[in-house]
Design a protein around this ligand. Structure first.
Ligand code: SF4
Ligand code: SF4
Length: 199
């Protein structure tokens, strides 16, 4: 067999493996569109949730990873509650985020860093501290335009007393054991995805 064809075929098989678990969650989808009609964020999505589940069932990982639909899911659970087949759609959206972050997809870098820095701040301080969180996020993004984009919102929130000024003290947090446990679980469930290469 031609080597290039063999390599492409192998990558495709790995991608399908990554989607297998999610596919089993949405296999019973009847394409009724209730999830799309119920989603408060659907208008901002570049692909409807209904179409995304169709692509999951077809194993089309590259097209799914190129979309921001699952990134824009805000975990409201409306689609999960309304799906006539009772499918765990919010969990499936979260699983897609997990795949994109484990594969370190370039298109979703800013979202991945946002999640990572948020959780690192919670781990270090025992709760979210906005200034510490945004400092970590801006540093990781390595782009001077990112803080500028957030500035108007930050100023507005500070004016309303919603943002605590200062980086805050590090406290002894009981969350370490919890984070270690989750890291162990992620090592076992996400390692195969990381080995699939970066899209
Ligand atoms: S609501 Fe459920 S059955 Fe209908 S399209 Fe969405 S996932 Fe499929
Ligand atoms: S859980 Fe996500 S995909 Fe489902 S309705 Fe809410 S925002 Fe939309």
């Amino acid at each position: 067999m031609n080597l290039q064809i063999a390599t492409a075929s192998s990558a495709s098989e790995n991608g399908n493996n990554a989607l297998d678990k999610i596919g089993s969650m949405v296999r019973a989808c009847i394409q009724c569109g209730t999830c799309t009609g119920s989603c408060p964020n659907a208008l901002e999505m570049d692909m409807t949730p209904r179409k995304m589940w169709r692509l999951v069932n077809l194993g089309r990982l590259a097209e799914i990873m190129a979309s921001r639909t699952f990134i824009l899911c805000s975990d409201c659970y409306t689609c999960t509650l309304r799906c006539p087949r009772g499918l765990p759609l919010t969990d499936a959206m979260e699983a897609l985020k997990g795949i994109a972050f484990a594969r370190r997809e370039r298109r979703h870098r800013s979202s991945r860093l946002f999640y990572e820095k948020f959780m690192q701040t919670v781990r270090r301080h025992g709760r979210i501290r906005e200034m510490a969180f945004m400092t970590r996020y801006f540093t990781a993004m390595k782009s001077p335009t990112v803080p500028l984009r957030f500035a108007p919102l930050g100023i507005k929130l500070m004016g309303k007393g919603k943002v605590e000024i200062g980086l805050g003290k590090t406290v002894a947090t009981p969350l370490d054991a919890l984070f270690e446990k989750v890291a162990d679980l992620e090592r076992t469930t996400c390692a195969p995805l990381e080995n699939e290469g970066h899209g």
